[in-house]
Design a protein around this ligand. Structure first.
Ligand code: SF4
Length: 462
């Protein structure tokens, strides 16, 4: 079958034994896409009588490419899925990721990786053109995701890597998995699953070319998509101002949650946190993923002041909303700094911002008192920065409490704190308000991983 290698890599971290699993063509066809095949593998290996704990050796962590990975189709070429039982929700967990990992994995000869077991010490997996090694990762432990990415490229010669930050090591239940800086398998806390297996990173390099059934057709389709994109106003906004370019219009439509979903309009915040302001103040350049001509990604730099950062990935819309509008921070540079901290520590900005906004509302209502001396209030960027660090490190008290996500924290806080919760199945709701687009309410309610805005596209269904 073209477009695939026909095999995946299985690594047992307990025994340190790995093997190639040959996948029959009918399975690729029946369970279409990386997530489909991952669901089949997880289902076949799940002990329904025992109910597997997400952070135990029995849980599988699956990385899977799809039929379009490594084509040059815009928006699809780089995507791959990470799937497991989520420690945040206790049910099916999946996260989609961009970056070059999926392409390199396919070029290295594997369509996916299934991780099982637990290593007795920190390790990383190195895959170069079909050769697999499980290596000691003690020098990488405690390092942030940007550092690990640089080290593996320089010292191990891999083309790209996936890694967890200290949040994943500490099993923060919304820890993410990082590909290149700016590309994350963000949702469902799958970084905590990776951390529970003592797996710090996977480095990969592949040089094989992937053959497709009809490359000419793919080229034609690519051309058509790019032509259509030229006429599309949303695509042009993405190109010019990034995903955050939509914030002012979305706010006018009532889509942007403000102050833990209590407000729908905030003029000052809309202007300050917009992609337009980002372009005028901190933007260094625009970036595109492989195969895509949109260039919605931003590289930014904050030159001075307490929120100074070196050139790196800028915050996307979801982060400008989850920490900007939701936590009521009227300062793009502060949000950019928080974004960098979350990236380096390896935490999903949607769940982290949502959990912090929930905690602030509890604190302001007087039902969350033990905050380790931190005065929590909406708009206090410095306190929120500190709290992000405390969560990633699982600092005793408030850090540890919030590291389990808003739903579990609410159960511990009690005192009717659940009235400030905004989650579905334990997954914090992304930054689009179903009161603006009613279709989103249905999407959040029935998505299999919990509140999900990418399972189907209900954004403009009123
Ligand atoms: S540049 Fe933006 S639109 Fe294009 S594939 Fe990457 S994330 Fe998607």
């Amino acid at each position: 079958m073209k477009g695939y290698n026909g095999k995946i890599l299985e690594v047992d971290l307990t025994s340190k034994i790995f093997r190639e699993l040959i996948i029959k063509e009918e399975l690729y066809r029946k369970y279409l896409g990386g997530t489909g095949l991952a669901a089949k593998i997880l289902f076949d290996n799940y002990d329904f009588k025992k109910k597997i704990s997400p952070l135990s050796a029995e849980n599988l962590l699956i990385f899977m490419t799809g039929p379009l990975t490594a084509t040059r189709l815009p928006g699809c070429a780089t995507r791959f899925s990470v799937c497991s039982i989520s420690p945040l929700t206790g049910i099916w967990g999946e996260a989609s990721c961009g970056g070059r990992f999926g392409i390199q994995l396919k070029k290295a000869g594997f369509d996916g990786i299934v991780i099982k077991g637990v290593s007795d010490s920190p390790v990383f997996i190195k895959i170069v053109d079909g050769n697999v090694e499980i290596k000691d990762a003690s020098r990488l432990w405690n390092k942030d995701t940007y550092e690990v990415y640089d080290i593996l490229r320089k010292e191990e010669g891999v083309a790209t890597s996936l890694s967890i930050g200290i949040a994943g090591e500490n099993k923060v239940l919304f820890a993410n998995i990082a590909n290149e800086p700016g590309n994350y398998a963000g949702r469902c806390g799958l970084g905590a699953v990776m951390g529970s297996k003592n797996l710090k990173a996977i480095g990969v390099k592949g040089t094989k070319s992937i053959e497709f059934a009809d490359s000419k057709k793919i080229d034609k389709l690519r051309k058509n998509i790019i032509e259509k994109q030229r006429e599309n106003i949303i695509v042009q906004t993405l190109k010019e101002f990034g995903t955050d370019g939509g914030l002012p219009v979305l706010m006018m439509l009532g889509d942007v949650p403000i102050k833990n979903w209590n407000l729908g309009v905030w003029d000052e915040g809309s202007e300050e946190l917009s992609g337009m302001n980002m372009s005028e103040t901190i933007l260094i350049n625009k970036k595109a993923c492989f195969g895509c001509s949109i260039s919605c990604k931003r590289a930014v730099k904050v030159n001075e002041g307490k929120y100074k950062i070196e050139k790196g990935p800028g915050p996307e819309y979801e982060t400008c909303a989850s920490f900007g509008t939701l936590c009521y921070i009227d300062d793009l540079k502060a949000v950019t700094k928080i974004n960098e901290l979350c990236n380096r520590y390896g935490m999903d900005t949607i769940s982290c911002g949502g959990t912090i906004a929930f905690a602030i509302e509890c604190a302001e209502a007087g039902i969350l008192k033990n905050t380790n001396g931190l005065k929590l209030s909406f708009g206090d960027a410095d306190a929120i920065l500190k709290l992000v660090e405390m969560i990633a490190k699982r600092d005793k008290g408030i850090g540890n409490l919030l590291a389990d996500g808003s739903k579990k924290a609410s159960k511990k806080i009690g005192k009717e704190s659940e009235k400030f919760l905004v989650e579905v199945k334990g997954l914090e709701v992304p930054m689009h308000d179903p009161r603006a687009f009613h279709g989103l309410g249905l999407e959040y309610a029935i998505s299999n991983r919990g509140a999900c805005h990418v399972n189907s596209y209900q954004m403009f269904v009123l």
